[in-house]
Design a protein around this ligand. Structure first.
Ligand SMILES: Nc1ncnc2c1ncn2[C@@H]1O[C@H](COP(=O)(O)OP(=O)(O)O)[C@@H](O)[C@H]1O
Ligand SMILES: [Mg+2]
Length: 343
C-alpha cells in the first residue's frame, strides 16, 4: 500500500482524485490547519462551495516530551463522530464524510466561516454565559442520551486503550510518580477503571470547541470511550478553573461560569441510575486534572512557572481533605488563589 501524508498537497490531491472523492479535474484548495498536536489536519475546499476537514492521526504527538499513540485511533474518532451526531444537540457535531482505515484518514464537514475557537476567546477575556450554558448542556445531553444505548455503546466503545495511553498514563500515573499525593491519584485511577457508565468524550475542552453563529460545535473525538463521565467534568472544569487562575481580570466571572456550567450539566443529565454518586468523583477528577496539567506530561502552555507552583500547592492541600461538592471545590480553589503566599 502506498503511504500518504495529507500535509503534502500534491499527494493529497492525487489521492482524492484517484479514490473518486473528488472529480478527476476538479480544482480543489488545500490548507493546513494548526492548533492540534496529535493529528495532521487539513482543510479541503471544493469549487462547489463544500468544504471538508481531513484528519490523519500521528504515531508521535507534536509535544515537547516523547508521547506515542497508535494512529488506529482515527477509526475511533470516526465512530465517535457518527455516534455523537445521534446523541448530541443538533448542529453541534460536524457531519461525517468518509473514512479510510488503511491510511488512518477521516473526513468531516468543515465548520463554516467565520468561527472562533472558544479557548482563544476565553484567553482574550471574552466570556459569554450563553456559551457556558451550551457547554454544560452539550455534555449533559451526550452522557444522558448514551445511557439509553448502553449495551451497544459498551461494545463499540468498550476498548479503553486510547484513554489509558492518552489520559490515565500521562495525566494521573505519570503525575503520581512525580508528586507525592498519598495515594490520591492511584485511588483515582483504580476507581476510574472500575466505572463503566456511559459514553465519555475524553477531550472535552474549550480548545476543541468552535463557536459558529453563536452555537458550540464539538471536535476531536479520538479519546471517546465507554467509562466514567466524571472524567469529562473534571477535565473541563480544570480548563475553566485554570483560566480563572491565569486570566485574573476574569477570575470571579470564570468562577461563576464554572458553577453555572456544573449546574446546567446536572439539570440536563437529570441524574439517572448509575450516575447518582457522580459529584464526589467529579471533585476527585477535577483535583487530579488540576494537578496533572501543572505536573504531568501534558502541561497547560499558558501558565508561568509561578502559576504552576501556586496551582500545585493549592491542589495538594485540597487533596488532603477534598471538598464535598463541586461548588465548594470551586469556591475553595478560588479563595486559596487569592490568599496564596506566592504573590
Ligand atoms: N470540522 C472542522 N471545521 C473547521 N475547523 C476544524 C475542524 N476540525 C478541526 N478543525 C481545526 O483544526 C484544529 C485541530 O483539530 P482537532 O480535531 O482538535 O485535532 P487534534 O486532535 O490534533 O487536536 C481545531 O482546533 C480547529 O481549529
Ligand atoms: Mg484538538
Amino acid at each position: 500500500m502506498e503511504s500518504l501524508d495529507i500535509e503534502q498537497p500534491q499527494a493529497l490531491i492525487r489521492y482524492l482524485r484517484r479514490t473518486g472523492r473528488v472529480g478527476a479535474k476538479e480544482q480543489i484548495q488545500i490548507r493546513k490547519l494548526t492548533g492540534g498536536v496529535s493529528n495532521r489536519t487539513v482543510l479541503v475546499e471544493r469549487p462547489t462551495g463544500e468544504a471538508w476537514v481531513l484528519k490523519q492521526a500521528l504515531p508521535k504527538l507534536r509535544v515537547p516530551v516523547d508521547w506515542f499513540s497508535s494512529p488506529a485511533r482515527t477509526h475511533r474518532e470516526a465512530l465517535g463522530l457518527q455516534w455523537l451526531a445521534r446523541l448530541a444537540p443538533a448542529e453541534s457535531i460536524t457531519p461525517f464524510v468518509f473514512e479510510d482505515r488503511q491510511h488512518h484518514l477521516l473526513a468531516m464537514h468543515a465548520v463554516g466561516q467565520p468561527h472562533h475557537n472558544w479557548k482563544s476567546l476565553l484567553l482574550a477575556g471574552q466570556l459569554d454565559l450563553n456559551h457556558v450554558r451550551q457547554f454544560g448542556a452539550l455534555l449533559g445531553t451526550i452522557h444522558r442520551k448514551a445511557l439509553a444505548f448502553k449495551k451497544e455503546i459498551s461494545r463499540i466503545f468498550g476498548d479503553r486503550s486510547f484513554f489509558e495511553s492518552l489520559r490515565v498514563e500521562p495525566y494521573y500515573a505519570y503525575t503520581a510518580q512525580q508528586i507525592p499525593t498519598a495515594g490520591f491519584l492511584t485511588n483515582l485511577i483504580r476507581e476510574t477503571r472500575r466505572r463503566h457508565i456511559t459514553l465519555v468524550h475524553g477531550d472535552y475542552s474549550p480548545k476543541n470547541i468552535l463557536i459558529y453563529r453563536n452555537h458550540l460545535v464539538l471536535l476531536d473525538h479520538e479519546v471517546i470511550h465507554f467509562g466514567d463521565p466524571a472524567f469529562d467534568l473534571g477535565f473541563s472544569l480544570t480548563h475553566l478553573l485554570s483560566k480563572a487562575h491565569h486570566v485574573t481580570a476574569l477570575r470571579p466571572a470564570l468562577a461563576q461560569a464554572a458553577k453555572y456550567y456544573w449546574q446546567v450539566y446536572i439539570e440536563v443529565l437529570d441524574p439517572a441510575e448509575g450516575t447518582t454518586d457522580l459529584e464526589e468523583q467529579v471533585v476527585l477528577h477535577t483535583l487530579g486534572c488540576l494537578l496533572a496539567r501543572v505536573s504531568g506530561r501534558s502541561q497547560l502552555e499558558y501558565f508561568s512557572q509561578g502559576e504552576r507552583v501556586r496551582q500545585r500547592e493549592i491542589v495538594m492541600g485540597l487533596m488532603q481533605d477534598p471538598p464535598l461538592d463541586v461548588p465548594r471545590l470551586i469556591e475553595e480553589f478560588i479563595s486559596r488563589l487569592g490568599s496564596h503566599a506566592y504573590d
